[in-house]
Design a protein around this ligand. Sequence first.
Ligand code: NAD
Length: 317
Amino acid sequence: MTQRIAYMEPVPPDVQEIIRSRLPDGYEIDFRPSDAAPVAFARDADFVMVATTRIDDSLLQAATQLRLVQHQGVGYDNIDLEAARSRGVPVAICPEGTSVGVAEHVILLILSIYRRLLEADASIRRGEWLQWELRPTSLELAGKTVGLVGFGRIGREVAQRLRGFDVDVLYYDPFRADVSVEEAFGVRFVSLDALLAESDIVSLHLPLSAETRGLVDAEFLAGMKQSAILINTARGGLVDQTALIDALRNGVIAAAGLDVFATEPLPPDSPIRALPNAVLTPHIAAGTADALRTKMDACFANIVAISSGREPANRIA
Ligand code: NAD
C-alpha cells in the first residue's frame, strides 16, 4: 500500500519538483499549502518531513499512524522531543547536505561585510563608481582572528574552509575536542570571554536550547571588540535582538551577518531591516539546490529504512 509523506513546509512548485524527483517508489508526498493547519495536514500521514514548522504534542496526538518525524536539517528546536518519546514516534535529523552549505554561507557573509559587497553592487546600479570611497572600510580576512562558538559538525566545516584564508581560528565549546582534532583543524580552544575579546569575527554554531537562548546579550556584545563582526547562521533565539540592534546602532560592534532571526519571517517593520551595517539573508544558509537533493536522498533513505523495519540514521528520539 502506498504510504503518505506529509511535507510540512509550504514550498514553491519548483522546490516540490526537486523533492518529487528523489521520491522512491511506493510513497506519495503531499506539500502543505500555506493556509493549511499543520495538525490537520499531518493527521493521516505515515511520515512527516519538516524543517521549521512546529511539531508539538497536539500534532503527534492527531497523527495516529505516524512512523517517523524526519527533520531535513539539524536544528530541531521546533520539535517537542519529549512528546515524541512519550508517544513512541521516532525523530531523526539530517546532517547530510546541511553542514557544507552553512559553512560556505558563513564565508559569504564574512566576505560580503569585509568587502562591502552590497554597497559596491548597489552603487554601480545607481550609476556611481566608488573605486576609492569603499576602500577605507574594506578589509581582508588574512591576518584576522575568527572565533567559533560551538565546534560541532558546522563549526568544523567552517574551520576547514577557513584554512586557506590565513586566519587564526579560536573556538569555545562546553565539550572540548581531542587535541588531535584541534590540530587537524588548526584551531585553539579558549574560554568564551577570551574568544570574544580576541576575535575579529565571532560566528555562532551552537544549538538553540533553554540554556543557550539569549546567550548573545548586551554583556556578550560588550565583550567583543568594537571593530568585530557577529555572524549568526545558527538560530535567531540565541541572540537578544534588542541588544544586537542597540550594539549595531551604537558602535558596540561593527557589523553583523544574519541568516536567522528571533521571528521568521522577519516582520516587515523590524528595525533590523534598516540597519546599514548588517547583511541579511532569509534562513538560506543550507538552502541550496545541491543540498536539497542530498537532504532528500538521506531523508527518504530513512523513511525506507523505517518501512523495512530498520533503524533510521541520525535518530535523536
Ligand atoms: P552539532 O550538534 O554538531 O554542534 C553543536 C555544537 O555546539 C556542539 O559541539 C555542542 O557541544 C556546542 N554547544 C552547545 N552549547 C554550547 C554553548 N553554550 N556554547 C558553545 N557551544 C555549545 O550541530 P551543528 O550541525 O554544528 O549545527 C549547529 C546549529 O546550526 C544547529 O543546532 C542549527 O540550529 C543551526 N543550523 C542552521 C542552519 C541554517 O540554515 N541557517 C542549517 C543547519 C543548522
